[in-house]
Ligand binder design. Sequence first.
Ligand SMILES: Nc1ncnc2c1ncn2[C@@H]1O[C@H](COP(=O)(O)OP(=O)(O)O)[C@@H](O)[C@H]1O
Ligand SMILES: [Mg+2]
Length: 306
Amino acid sequence: MRSRGRSRTREDRGPVTKHHVDDTFARYAAEYGLTPPGEETVTDDPPYGDRWTTWDDSTAGERGPRPYPDWVVTDLGAVDTELGILKTGKESDVFLLERSVPGTERATLMAAKRYRDPKHRMFHRDVGYREGRRDKESRVNRAIAKGSAFGREAIAGQWARAEFDALTSLWSAGVTVPYPVQILGTELLMEFIGDGDGGAAPRLAQLRPTPDERDDLWDQLAHNLTLLALAGYAHGDLSAYNLLVHDGRLVVIDVPQIVDVVGNPHGREFLDRDVRNVGGWFTARGLDPRRVGDLSEALAKDARLA
Ligand SMILES: Nc1ncnc2c1ncn2[C@@H]1O[C@H](COP(=O)(O)OP(=O)(O)O)[C@@H](O)[C@H]1O
Ligand SMILES: [Mg+2]
């Protein structure tokens, strides 16, 4: 189907072998299939920093649940344009990406969460890497201990896959999470939570809600956690930083470490910890603390742990 330069895929380009002082972008571009500087003059790839859509590089199992929402761009001639960085983190960076069909009005914004290969991080953050993420680490360690042979990049890819799978389960359970569009290697593409101009939704932690808004957000949180508990999960890293609020709507994010509370001997502790962590933000803003304890109890019942 593809007529223009599509043979130059991420794989065809292969690793960038020349190591100049400033090869950061070139290496990065090769990893995510972006057109490196100068390349567009010798191939007919999209302009510098763009790439052909990766939609058809993902297999059926690497795409979000059907039916695909109508905003998902599935055209094979679409181009992905990087519009900027939303957040850099220790294990991943989140970018704003537009997928559009040249010559048409068809365009959509997505958040691209790229898990870092610890060896090829863009920035030097050797101190504190994975700090405070023991749950994640032990899960990977267990996988290694079980005999799975995978390298550093595979570990990054596993986290991306874990988050894609978690988003898929939660989306299907009705939890308000970003729709998972596709997973490819270490990159997860999901619904962008924000406005059409690329303005990202604030984290709950940034808000100063009125008492009515606070109570409404708490009700939405309780509703989402109830759906999670009924499906047998705790978020595992819940906080006012992993909840976005767009036009008053609460969206749960950052879910690679969701915990199967039924199969986990510490399931109840995970449920309680999530509620305590985010509950602290709400009680500091005037929520009746009894509601926090009540929610913990209710969730334990929903997950059949009490
Ligand atoms: N789907 C999304 N839409 C808009 N912004 C997002 C989205 N996903 C992540 N972000 C932004 O990126 C930040 C980091 O994402 P998160 O999944 O929490 O990763 P981390 O592991 O770095 O905490 C979020 O706090 C939010 O600001
Ligand atoms: Mg986070």
